[in-house]
Design a protein around this ligand. Structure first.
Ligand SMILES: [Zn+2]
Ligand SMILES: [Zn+2]
Length: 262
């Protein structure tokens, strides 16, 4: 059995717990080590069993607790070369921590195939991940912090059993909201964040290629609400004839209310 449990979501910090047949790992660790540990336990898992951590990019909402957690639990870190260099520069990584660069040809960790894809975001070299468990053939994709969905990304995440997908902001809320102009421009750009509208447009295409489970992720606290994000994707799926999908919104902080088992 595979379990996907988003621990934290949004600009204050992002982290996802994934487990397959007893092997556990995290994608990102964007809250403090203490908060991540607490959340893992609250959701019924064991922080001591986290074997490795995949990092998408170096922004603080994805790596805040990385150094302390990795040192404490000796989890191995995987990320792109560009991200690793940034993390070394910030002294988050050093010789006391186990880490390895991966490239777009991917890697295999035990029975798990990790296939990264490039994301269009204002960071050094961001990756999204498609994760394939060899034993069960379950495929899970994590696709967040990106301005656009390219054909390459679409192809990488197609056929997934579950996609964790960014649904960052409602465009109108962002435009009318309190953010300064430069920040609005950054978020709306091709290297910013995926809007509810772009996410909603993508979901029926993924659903018609076989994906039936979606977790909306990385919602903005200022320019979105869980209800608006859900409505927007739910309406898009149903108006395209996709009635049999499971659609979830990752809570800002998951106190045990959301886990998806495949
Ligand atoms: Zn980012
Ligand atoms: Zn982020």
């Amino acid at each position: 059995m595979s379990i996907v449990c988003p621990l934290f979501s949004g600009s204050e910090g992002n982290s996802i717990y994934i487990e397959n047949n007893g092997v556990s790992f995290l994608v990102d660790i964007g809250r403090s080590c203490k908060q991540i540990e607490k959340s893992i336990i609250q959701n019924g898992f064991n922080p001591g069993k986290i074997e490795y951590i995949l990092i998408t990019h170096e922004h603080v909402d994805h790596v805040r607790g990385l150094r302390i957690f990795a040192k404490k639990y000796n989890s191995k870190i995987y990320a792109s070369e560009g991200t690793i260099k940034e993390l070394e520069k910030k002294q988050i990584l050093d010789e006391k921590i186990r880490y390895e660069c991966i490239n777009l040809s991917g890697t295999k960790i035990g029975e798990t195939e990790i296939n990264p894809f490039e994301i269009s975001h204002d960071c050094a070299q961001g990756y999204g991940y498609s994760i394939l468990f060899d034993d069960s053939k379950v495929k899970i994709s994590v696709c967040s912090d990106l301005g656009i969905i390219s054909n390459d990304i679409f192809n990488s995440i197609s056929d997934s059993n579950l996609v964790v997908i960014e649904s960052n902001h409602d465009i109108e809320m962002l435009k009318k909201g309190p953010y300064p102009f430069f920040l609005k421009k950054r978020i709306l750009s091709d290297i910013g964040h995926l809007s509810n509208e772009s996410c909603a447009k993508l979901l029926p295409k993924l659903a018609s290629n076989g994906t039936k489970r979606f977790i909306l992720y990385h919602l903005s606290s200022n320019n979105n609400t869980p209800e608006i994000a859900y409505e927007s994707s739910d309406f898009s799926l149903k108006s395209n004839g996709m009635y049999n999908c499971e659609l979830y919104v990752a809570p800002k902080s998951n106190l045990g209310e959301l886990r998806v088992e495949i």
